[in-house]
Design a protein around this ligand. Structure first.
Ligand code: GLN
Length: 491
């Protein structure tokens, strides 16, 4: 029997429970499809057949016993930044090409406990630095949505995780978001992607890029699936002191809220210069649709410092990256040049050959910003502006329950279009980066198309109120069909 792989995770979960097919059947069908899609998409760095089959059999045993939950037996793609025991974890870099972790990161451990089936490690920009997945050492991922064949990037840095969910390869995947790397690829691929509140999800075992900004989060094709995956991974972790001991609500319980009485804030700063009119149009239409359902649109909220978030990010993120990436010295683990003239020469050759151009650019920026004499002028100043931005979000979210904006100023661009222009690449994250700077949760949902390419609507909520965002997303799915649109099959 052919399994319908267009199904969402909760549809598969119901079918598994009804005995329509087994988790083993589903894993086999999924891996066969992924293999066929890979020539076109390159969404994975590693496919994990053996692990998947073992996990599927364990899931079947639980299901037969009437146990397990919504993720039991469900195929999931995991960004290759997340440590997986016994499975290569490359971070998209030559530096970690042969690195095999000895333990699972906390979120993967929680996925395993939930009975999910890990089918592979997804492609990504090297060390999560990028907005197109073109900075992967393992070749770019293609967006299943294109205009002239598969000519478009999937966004990044979690482009593999987004592309495989959009292409119906898996119903769910995990990414990480430091400045937009879940929301922007979700938008460009026409699916949902959630960046949780800073501290909501453990970073233990996640290869570090910019520790004060990043969070692991889910991709999916409807709010219920995203809620189920967040439910499994969220919550305090003794192994990560930056996780918050804030109770995790039952996210499904918030699905009743609807639009009546909802205050939707629309900040002018997110609709200004640089926004493609073809993207603005569906975003405005989505806001109108919410208003027609009874939401109150609040247009006088203001985030005057938000436009400064991009320069602030490009001080703070590279600074943290330069410190975090200092560990790749060719001695402890990872790629190593061992035939140099001296220890220093070997270290410099290791880093010279192991890192790609974008990573080197970030390390240089960060080292400069943190160097003696410049620290006050750059890093300290950036931290002060960060505080202002955080306060502005707090104030705005007193006047409304959710802030909406475009997720990205443009739809998916062509491969190679922005590769030689870092600044043009950085501008993709104009609307997502402020949310990481402030630490709030952000969710991108599909809201239409710009010249045939998907457009995302960003929802931003109060800290730890992911439930509000998921409730709004669910309500919007009740009045629209955008989340059901599929790209043409790639294989
Ligand atoms: N595109 C941004 C960057 O290059 C954000 C990346 C991310 O969120 N990991 O840094």
């Amino acid at each position: 029997m052919a399994i319908d792989l267009n199904r969402t995770a909760h549809e598969h979960a119901a079918a598994l429970r009804a005995g329509e097919y087994t988790a083993r059947d589903l894993a086999e069908a999924t891996l066969a499809l992924l293999r066929r899609q890979e020539d076109a998409l390159n969404a994975y760095i590693t496919l994990t057949d053996d692990l998947a089959m073992a996990q599927a059999e364990a899931a079947d045993a639980r299901l037969r016993a009437g146990e397990g939950g919504p993720l039991t037996g469900i195929p999931v793609g995991v960004k290759d930044l997340l440590s997986t025991r016994g499975i290569p974890t490359t971070a998209g870099s030559r530096m970690l090409e042969s690195f095999v972790p000895v333990l699972d990161c906390t979120v993967v451990e929680r996925l395993n406990q939930a009975g999910a089936v890990t089918v592979g490690k997804t492609n990504m920009d090297e060390f999560a630095m990028g907005s197109s997945t073109e900075h992967s050492a393992f070749g770019p991922t293609h967006n299943p949505w294109g205009k002239d064949g598969l000519d478009r990037v999937p966004g990044g840095s979690s482009g593999g995780s987004a592309a495989t969910v959009a292409a119906r390869g898996v119903p769910l995947s995990l990414g990480t978001d430091t400045g937009g790397s879940i929301r922007q690829p979700a938008a460009l691929c026409g699916i949902l992607g959630l960046k949780p509140t800073y501290g909501r999800v453990s970073r233990f075992g996640v290869v570090a890029f910019a520790s004060s900004l990043e969070q692991v989060g889910p991709f999916g094709r409807d709010a219920q699936d995203v809620a189920d995956l967040l439910q499994a991974i969220a919550g305090v972790d003794p192994m990560d002191a930056t996780t918050a001991d804030v109770p995790v609500p039952d996210y499904q319980e918030h699905f009743q809220r609807g639009f009546q009485g909802l205050r939707v804030g629309v900040p002018a700063e997110f609709f200004g210069e640089g926004l493609d009119p073809a993207v603005r149009q569906p975003v405005e239409a989505a806001i109108d649709a919410m208003a027609a359902q009874g939401a109150t649109i609040v247009r006088d909220i203001s985030l005057p410092t938000a436009p400064k978030a991009l320069p602030v990010y490009y001080i703070i993120a590279p600074s943290e990256a330069s410190a975090n990436l200092a560990r790749y010295d060719g001695v402890k683990y990872g790629f190593s040049v061992t035939n140099g003239r001296s220890a220093e020469d070997e270290m410099s050759q290791t880093r010279g050959q192991g890192f790609g151009a974008e990573v080197k650019r970030r390390v240089m920026l960060g080292t400069y910003a943190l160097s003696a004499g410049y620290y006050d002028a750059y890093y300290l100043k950036a931290q002060k502006v960060r505080t202002l931005i955080r306060r502005e979000f707090d104030a705005a979210l007193e006047q409304c329950d959710v802030i909406v904006s475009p997720t990205s100023p443009n739809a998916a661009f062509r491969l190679n279009e922005k590769l030689d222009d870092p600044y043009a690449m950085y501008l993709n994250d104009l609307y997502t980066i402020p949310v990481n700077i402030a630490g709030n949760p952000g969710l991108s949902i599909p809201c239409g198309f710009a010249d045939g390419l998907p457009v995302g609507l960003q929802l931003v909520g109060r800290p730890f109120e992911e439930s509000t965002l998921l409730g709004v997303a669910h309500a919007y799915e009740g009045i629209s069909d955008w989340h059901r649109q599929a790209p043409p099959p790639v294989a």
